[in-house]
Design a protein around this ligand. Structure first.
Ligand SMILES: C[S@@+](CC[C@H](N)C(=O)[O-])C[C@H]1O[C@@H](n2cnc3c(N)ncnc32)[C@H](O)[C@@H]1O
Length: 325
């Protein structure tokens, strides 16, 4: 399996066994509008699926896109900057983390000005990788002033500088036909049409009113964003793209993608057990299912089709033999 460069909240490595069933047999272009740690891109890359197809990766996080571009364009400079951070971390631990975060990374980022992705240097990319490997849960979070404020994580021996892996990631991103854009999903999805395979993994809708959206950007991703995404997904499917979407099983998401317009576009909703199923009691576990929404052909013989009847939205069947449950 192709391993992502970064840990990312909502990273999809654990959902790959389910997602793989919906990868189309053939496509001419792969589009990932919410790329994050790009678990699906690296999975397709490792499986040799980009021999021919072009690839468009996009996200609205300038640090993420800036880091990928710096790694792609000069992996050796990133490795040269990352190796001493690893040595320093082994000597100074938490003190090193806060020193890098507050005295080096944040001031250097601030000097770039917005949006910063184009000006990201190998030194900044190395620091982002270091903070990602050693910070709390690999989170990326900014305070109101726009400074990265994730506290140090508790790892006894974090892997920080894996030079060969940085080179592998750089080769994947530098392959002919791969583009990396700082762009909102509307722009990326709006360009999808026949021959395209699109994987959409937005920040998940919260399952309860008290749970909050994963905050990848200062603006967050709210109900209106999910509504615009649903419309853009339906439009892309209508233009002939194969679309695969993952999201939480929040009722409004299930409703949105079992609505008539979504069904007419050929989209079907399937429930899969969530990766972090924390409750072993089946009745309660249903609440943490995730949804897979797609117009890709059903994998042979494995699944029951989702109910298409109006008013039956809440009873979308769960996928059998799915991951994590
Ligand atoms: C759930 S994560 C994607 C995780 C990814 N599939 C992985 O394997 O790591 C959602 C991503 O959407 C990005 N995002 C948030 N709002 C966006 C928008 N309006 N347009 C494009 N990307 C957005 C975030 O920066 C974040 O990286």
């Amino acid at each position: 399996m192709g391993r992502p460069l970064l840990k990312w909240a909502g990273g999809k490595r654990q959902l790959l066994p389910v997602l793989r069933r919906y990868y189309p047999a053939r496509f001419e272009r792969y589009i990932e509008p919410f790329v994050g740690s790009a678990a699906v891109f690296f999975d397709l890359h490792a499986a040799g699926r980009f021999d021919g197809p072009t690839v468009r990766l996009a996200d609205v996080n300038p640090d993420l896109i800036g880091c990928y571009r710096a790694v792609r364009d000069d992996p050796e400079a990133v490795i040269t900057a990352l190796a001493p951070l690893e040595r320093e971390h082994r000597e100074r631990g938490d003190a090193c983390y806060y020193d890098v975060r507050d005295r080096r990374f944040n001031p250097m980022r601030a000097s770039l000005g917005a949006p910063g992705a184009a000006a990201y240097t190998p030194a900044l990319a190395a620091m982002l990788i270091y903070l990602n490997r050693t910070g709390y849960n690999g989170l990326f979070r900014l305070n109101r002033q726009g400074a990265f404020n994730v506290p140090v994580g508790r790892y006894s021996n974090p892997r920080i500088c894996d030079a060969e892996h940085v080179r592998t990631v750089a080769r994947a991103l530098a392959a002919p036909g791969v583009s990396l854009d700082l762009a909102p999903f509307e722009e990326t999805l709006g360009a999808a049409g026949p021959g395209d395979f699109v994987y959409c993994d937005p920040p998940y809708a919260p399952l309860s009113r008290t749970a909050s959206f994963a905050q990848y950007t200062a603006r967050g991703f709210g109900a209106p964003d999910h509504e615009r995404l649903q419309a853009a997904v339906i439009a892309a499917a209508g233009r002939g793209a194969i679309v695969l979407v993952s999201n939480s099983s929040a009722p409004e998401i299930e409703r949105a993608y079992t609505a008539r317009a979504a069904r007419r576009a050929g989209l079907l909703v399937r429930r899969v057990p969530a990766r972090r199923a924390i409750n072993s009691r089946a009745a309660l576990r249903g609440a943490v299912d995730e949804l897979i929404i797609t117009n890709a052909p059903a994998p042979s013989g494995q699944l029951r089709m989702a109910r298409r009847l109006p008013g039956e939205h809440q009873r979308v069947p769960r996928e059998r033999g799915a991951v994590g449950g």
